[in-house]
Write a protein that binds this ligand. Structure first.
Ligand SMILES: [Zn+2]
Length: 926
């Protein structure tokens, strides 16, 4: 017998698969699936592996089901990250060089070329293709492209022309996340930390301090009436700066930020924070107040100084209380100004006291603050002396008053910190002028997206709310950058289209990618793409025959059936692509479905290349074999669940594949006549086929493996036990081998191809027909009988374990007919609480008295425990238990090595026989 040798199986299969998965339109029904194309700036780890293997398993499944399947791949090289990487490599940055040389194992001569950013993406695109191929991905590589190919840029220009004409592209001033080192706006992909941070609009309240202003940022300008003091950090060095010609005192960080937000800033002198303490400031709406010391004030938050409203802000209340408990500033009293139901005179005070909070460090402080803010905003009202208006009205009015009369202005800041760029710099909020935006805020556009989302298949269904929420809150998106790789913005060629904006409809481009290459990109006018994708005819189209071929490819493949991606892309890419599709394509070419993945963990911790917590996919494949990697990734969790890679578990997956291999090799030539038990095995196999198919129809890779691998393996164990002595099994096993190999081939295609050849299967297993369950081979009664037998064997085994003595004989006592009657009545009844009364109305039962009510109660318990698929047939028609056990007598005696007697429970053999129930005989071991 040939050895289990995954390396050899891989070699064999790769040779046979060359060009096999190149897919062209045919008369078959198509299945087109895509996955987010990778940004090839580093080596793939096992987390990436799952992202591409799930769609591959699904692609292989549908291919075997007889569909024309297209699974393409390309490389997304747009943007600034590789430029930063190549700059750092040019500067000989140790950390970067270590990552690329030691973790990603880039040879020195290649690394030397990385001073050119394109060399990085060229190298890793090649690596990605090599490793994806090693994993057995059934990709049509003819359609590979990168997003800096000239033909792709022409396609993007066409896309943007449509977006522009539809009014979705605008220009304006806008606050954006910005890196001053890269001198570029920062996208989600460019962040090391803080990807959840949002830009918030604060009002700066300008307190007069001698000849200068001290600004403090607030989201609640109406609380100015309750300010009792400002907080300044005595350990911080502040600056006095001329801001738009007026003197302000702010933190150094704030001065830097204000300069990014349309202010001229000129720093004049430094002022120690301690020198501000106990000085006085004033504001027309609150009068004179002191500056108090507080080390919790963060110079990197807004202006670096804070106004204190102890009556309504828990942090302020506690900070003041702490000082007062030390005997300082005892003259200051909280000044309430908002009445809100359910809270006392001073809401902050009552909430803090009710929660029993001792100090500012209490972890409940943020939640408490949020609770009070929300309560006051939704149902609070200002006191009559401050105008008596609801907070939600007063807030905007006070802000407008301050801006109009009291020198206030707006400052943008993140709602959480830190926000760190990939380059290591702190990200700031900058107001960009002449910035181009995609108007995702447009309600009409949002509505189009919502309407289409309603028609899409989303897997798992729970992600629908997340998509809805994203559509709802999406704001205008800064869609161009000054630095990076990519397509020039058609109306301003100093700008480039940023990565999340040039990757939204490329799934359509795949359909023509291998053909459009044959046309000179200079000829690719918008009219050409209008013809290919929208069927709009115009004069003088070049290369008409080639265009027609592309048009028919597009019409055949589009729309895609499913798009696969990680769940963290819902808030941008996955939603953006729907916005773009609805704007450009007709209804029948809009995306049909999406499957969203969970995240990958490595030994329980989040995988992260930058933190070095990754296991490279290539290393995994060479250490364990591609099939093992695939089967582990598909079997350890459903695609939308998080999975955890642990080498020790992966090893046991490898053993499972080896077991499968040797079982097939042992069984494939079995040729004996079928026994009774073959009928059972064949019947069970039909339901495994059905359930595996059902699971893969629903993308449940783990469930499918449970059925296809473990379900069949467990059956085979029982089957082999039940075979007569000296018998290896019948010719039915050959059929089972053929089915089993095909069911597992989408998961372990290398072992699958090898075994398929061993089984003398026709062609490649990758294109072999997917097994279909044959209803005529299903024998429910046979399965039920075998279920009774195997349950009884388990019962005998557990009793033997308990009594721990060498038995001389086993007696199986079967329940009498009247208990079967009771069992059936209970199993059939809709109301199990009254059924016992019903049973006891029968005269014969009445005569049995307590014996009958006991049996009814025991049957009820048993019926609860048995699976419904066992109870339902028994309710209709009992099985002949005598025949089952008599037929298995020789088997039982062989199993347990003692004589086995089968008898009626009421034959008086043993008192214990009275416990016999239908489907649960009494077992007496002597
Ligand atoms: Zn940066």
């Amino acid at each position: 017998m040939s050895e289990f040798d995954p390396g050899r199986f891989e070699e064999e299969a790769h040779e046979r698969w060359i060009h096999a998965f190149e897919s062209n339109p045919s008369n078959l029904e198509k299945f087109y699936l895509t996955v987010a194309y990778p940004y090839p700036s580093g080596a793939m780890h096992v987390g990436h592996g799952r992202t591409y293997i799930v769609p591959d398993v699904i692609a292989r499944f549908w291919r075997m089901k007889g569909r024309q399947v297209l699974y393409p791949m390309a490389f997304h090289v747009t943007g600034a990250p590789v430029i930063g990487i190549s700059k750092r490599i040019a500067k000989k940055d140790e950390k970067t060089i270590r990552l690329y040389r030691d973790l990603y194992k880039v040879p020195q001569n290649v690394l030397d070329e990385f001073v050119d950013p394109l060399a990085i993406v060229r190298h890793f695109a090649g690596e990605y293709q090599r490793v994806m191929t090693a994993c057995g991905l059934s990709i049509d590589w003819r359609r590979r492209f990168t997003t800096v190919d000239p033909t792709y840029s022409k396609f993007i220009e066409w896309q943007w022309k449509h977006l522009y004409e539809a009014g979705h592209v605008t220009k304006g001033a806008h606050p954006v996340r910005y890196c001053t080192v890269d001198d570029n706006p920062v996208g989600d992909h460019d962040l090391l930390e803080g990807d959840k941070a949002e830009v918030v609009r604060f009002t700066l309240v300008m307190f007069r301090f001698g000849d200068a202003f001290i600004p403090t940022a607030t989201l609640r300008p109406e609380t100015i009436h309750g300010v009792t003091n400002l907080w300044a950090n005595p350990t911080v060095i502040y600056v006095k700066a001329l801001v738009d010609g007026k003197a302000w005192i702010v933190s150094k960080e704030a001065a830097e930020k204000l300069a990014l937000q349309d202010h001229t800033v000129e720093i004049k002198e430094e002022i120690a924070g301690k020198d501000l303490i106990d000085k006085t400031v004033s504001h027309p709406l609150c009068g004179e107040i002191p500056l108090l010391p507080a080390e919790f004030v963060d110079p990197d938050m807004a202006s670096g100084l804070v106004m204190s409203v102890p009556a309504h802000a828990p942090f302020d209340y506690i900070a003041l209380r702490d000082l007062q408990q030390a005997g300082k500033y005892t003259q200051i009293k909280p000044i309430p100004l908002i009445k809100v139901e359910g809270y006392g005179e001073c809401p902050a005070q009552s909430a803090v006291e009710k929660a029993g909070i001792a100090n500012q460090m209490d972890s409940r402080m943020d939640a408490l603050t949020q609770e009070i803010y929300s309560a006051e905003f939704s149902k609070g009202k200002l006191f009559e002396k401050y105008g008596g208006k609801p907070v939600r009205v007063a807030r905007d009015e006070v802000a407008a008053l301050m801006v109009g009369k009291y020198d206030s202005t707006i400052m943008y800041e993140f709602d959480q910190r830190p926000v760190i760029c990939r380059c290591g710099n702190r990200v700031r909020v900058k107001i960009l002028h002449d910035q181009w935006f995609l108007k995702y805020s447009d309600p009409a556009w949002k509505q189009q997206v919502s309407d289409h989302l309603g028609d899409m298949a989303l897997v798992p269904p729970e992600v629908r709310t997340e998509f809805d929420r994203t559509v709802d809150w999406l704001k205008d998106w800064a869609c161009t950058r000054r630095v990076g790789l990519g397509t020039r913005f058609p109306w301003d060629t100093t700008q480039l289209i940023e990565p999340l904006s040039d990757s939204t409809i490329y799934m359509a481009y795949y359909t023509i990618a291998h053909k459009i290459r044959e046309i000179d990109s200079k000829l690719l006018t918008p009219e050409v793409f209008d013809y290919i994708f929208l069927g709009k005819k115009s004069e003088d189209l070049p290369e008409k025959r080639k265009l027609d071929a592309m048009r028919s490819e597009f019409l055949y493949w589009y729309p895609y059936n499913y798009r696969f991606s990680a769940k963290d892309l819902i808030s941008n890419h996955l939603t953006f692509q729907i916005f773009h599709h609805v704007s450009i394509f007709p209804k029948d070419k809009l995306p049909a479905g999406m499957v969203v993945f969970g995240m990958g963990l490595l030994n329980g911790a989040k995988m992260s290349s930058s933190k070095g917590n990754v296991f490279l996919l290539e290393d995994a494949v060479s250490e364990f074999g591609a099939d093992t990697v695939r089967m582990f990734l598909m079997g350890s969790a459903e695609p939308w669940q998080d999975f955890d890679w642990r080498n020790e578990l992966v090893i046991s997956t490898k053993k499972q594949i080896e077991r499968f291999y040797s079982t097939i090799m042992e069984m494939k030539d079995a040729g004996g006549e079928p026994h009774d038990i073959d009928k059972w095995l064949v019947s069970r196999l039909q339901s495994h086929i059905e359930r595996t198919t059902e699971a893969l129809n629903n993308f449940q890779t783990r469930q499918a493996l449970q059925e296809a691998y473990f379900g069949i393996e467990t059956d085979l164990k029982w089957y082999r036990r039940r075979l007569p002595e000296n018998c290896d099994g019948s010719r039915e096993l050959h059929t089972l081998c053929s089915i089993w190999v095909r069911l597992l081939s989408p998961f372990i295609p290398f072992t699958g191809e090898h075994l398929w050849k061993e089984l003398a299967g026709e062609g490649l297993v990758s294109f072999a027909p997917w097994p279909v369950a044959d209803k005529n081979l299903v024998s429910p009664r046979v399965e039920l009988s075998e279920e009774l037998l195997s349950r009884t064997v388990e019962d005998i085994e557990s009793i033997m374990k308990l009594i721990q003595l060498t038995p001389r004989a086993i007696t199986i006592a079967l329940a009498p007919e009247w208990k079967h009657d009771i069992f059936r009545m209970i199993a059939k009844s809709a109301d199990r609480t009254t059924v016992i009364k019903e049973i006891m109305k029968d005269d014969a039962m009445k005569r049995r008295g307590k014996e009958a009510t006991d049996a009814a109660r025991q049957c009820t318990t048993l019926i609860h425990r048995l699976p419904p698929q066992v109870v339902a047939p028994l309710a209709q028609d009992p099985i002949n238990e005598h025949a089952v056990f008599e037929g298995a007598q020789a088997f039982l005696e062989h199993e347990f090595g003692v004589p086995v007697h089968i008898t009626d429970a009421e034959s008086g053999v043993h008192v214990k026989a009275a416990t016999a129930l239908p489907f649960k005989p009494a077992i007496i071991i002597e």
